[in-house]
Design a protein around this ligand. Structure first.
Ligand SMILES: C[S@@+](CC[C@H](N)C(=O)[O-])C[C@H]1O[C@@H](n2cnc3c(N)ncnc32)[C@H](O)[C@@H]1O
Length: 264
């Protein structure tokens, strides 16, 4: 089925749960460090955009406590639904196409979401519009063009195959309207949108078992798309999955750029 929102990796598939677990292992420490530094605490009203799984939402729920509120939205809420009890509310919402689902938020956060949204400018405007004056925005997005390789140390045929498949995956994402150098633009976009005290940093793992788990789940998820786009044969994919499963590959991700600021 062709999705009109442009998102390639639907959450209903079993592999999506594996991908969300890997994102949590790889990126939650960075995300939580930023959220903590922004002061998220009891009573805060938060909007988690494109929530995906439950880890960030559950962390926010603990921080804001019973007097706070966490609104978790996604075009597909199947994986975040289990977290939907007070102070968490889960709602289906397309941030690229619909009006914001509320206003006056103390925090709006989106991780690895905007890069996938064709109308990401509108999405960013909507997220900023939903903040209260003084409210904090944290946007975290990949910048695959800064570091495009799955195996930065491309020392053998296994690594070459891995990088070729990664290149093909990126091509599919671009065809769906993803902006693969979006992350680096975030500080400027936040400043141009009028946010104050804008800062940004970046993180990516260079070798981690969670990268292998993420790669395996992603390739299994989009296997048919990779084959029909002529990026790889089923044999190539089987070989790559076996290489990844061997545990001997040093697999990286794209840098995740975290940018934050506060509304005037
Ligand atoms: C790569 S996942 C990241 C999930 C989660 N934020 C994380 O960091 O683990 C992207 C998420 O964005 C959601 N998404 C994609 N397009 C969206 C849109 N237009 N509006 C809201 N959510 C969207 C997807 O359904 C998916 O859950």
């Amino acid at each position: 089925m062709t999705r009109t929102d442009g998102y390639l990796l639907d959450n209903g598939r079993a592999e999506a749960a594996e991908r969300f677990d890997a994102f949590a292992t790889l990126f939650d420490p960075t995300t939580f460090r930023h959220l903590q530094a922004l002061g998220v605490g009891p009573g805060w009203r938060c909007w988690e955009v494109g929530a995906g799984g439950t880890s960030v939402v559950s962390w926010l729920a603990k921080r804001v406590g019973p007097t706070g509120r966490v609104l978790a939205t996604d075009i597909d809420t199947s994986r975040v639904a289990p977290a939907g009890r007070p102070p968490v509310e889960v709602r289906v919402h397309d941030v690229g196409a619909e009006e914001p689902p509320g206003d006056g938020f103390d925090l709006v956060h989106a991780r690895l979401v905007l890069v996938h949204i064709p109308d990401r400018e509108r999405a960013l405007r909507s997220m900023i519009g939903a903040l209260r004056p003084g409210g904090r925005l944290l946007v975290e997005d990949a910048d695959p063009a800064l570091q495009p390789l799955l195996c930065p140390d491309e020392h053998g045929p296994e690594q070459q195959l891995a990088n070729r498949l990664r290149h093909g995956f990126r091509h599919l994402l671009s065809q769906r309207g993803a902006d693969l150098s979006y992350g680096r633009r975030l500080p400027r976009l936040l400043r141009e949108a009028g946010l104050r005290r804008v800062e940004a940093d970046a993180y990516f793992p260079v070798a981690s078992p969670a990268c292998a788990a993420l790669e395996s789940a992603t390739v299994r998820h989009i296997r048919d798309e990779l084959v029909s786009a002529g990026v790889a044969s089923h044999d190539d994919i089987d070989r790559h999955l076996a290489n990844v499963a061997s545990g001997d590959m040093d697999l990286a991700t794209a840098p995740m750029i975290s940018a934050w600021g506060r509304k005037a």
